[in-house]
Design a protein around this ligand. Structure first.
Ligand SMILES: Nc1nc(O)c(N)c(N[C@@H]2O[C@H](COP(=O)(O)O)[C@@H](O)[C@H]2O)n1
Length: 152
């Protein structure tokens, strides 16, 4: 594994690009409260809703992009506390993913102290957005999980 100088930045996004393992769309399942979710994306999108049947419909999607599409619907009400809980939900699921699967964990640890950025053009909250000025919340979560894995 290469070493990364402290100043380098690692970008990830599509499943065909380097570091695709860092994406929530990557095929690494997570067990959350004894339920298995095919990807972090499936779990995250389902948590937007209280409706148990709809959550299960999302869990059963064959592709993460389909899970995301179901999560984007506003035909069903979002849980009222979503804005307050979504960061913690994401952190918990991403942490479980990297605790569960050695391949993405080893890749994450190999990045040293490099900055990690989700290069998502349409997402200025979890990613850096079109002009790079987005909040990159998922990148910060990955860096926090990396720190935690190091001390575990
Ligand atoms: N691969 C991919 N495609 C997109 O279109 C995306 N927006 C993302 N980013 C991920 O989307 C999730 C956030 O969804 P919400 O907008 O909050 O419903 C989150 O997993 C981002 O990492 N990725």
């Amino acid at each position: 594994m290469p070493d990364y100088p402290e100043s380098s930045t690692i970008y990830f996004y599509a499943q065909t690009d380097p570091y695709a393992e860092f994406s929530n769309f990557a095929p690494y399942g997570v067990a959350m409260d004894d339920i298995w979710w095919p990807t972090v994306e499936h779990y995250f999108q389902a948590q937007k809703f209280h409706d148990v049947d709809y959550r299960e419909q999302i869990r059963r999607c064959s592709k993460p992009k389909d899970a995301k599409a179901l999560g984007m619907t506003r035909k069903l009400a979002l849980r009222e506390d979503w804005e307050q809980v979504k960061d913690q939900i994401m952190l918990d699921a991403v942490r479980v993913k990297f605790q569960t699967h050695p391949a993405p964990r080893d890749l994450l640890l190999s990045t040293g102290t490099a900055e990690i950025v989700e290069n998502a053009p349409m997402d200025a909250y979890w990613g850096c957005g079109l002009d790079g000025s987005g909040l990159n919340k998922l990148g910060y979560i990955l860096m926090a999980v990396r720190n935690k894995l190091r001390i575990e």
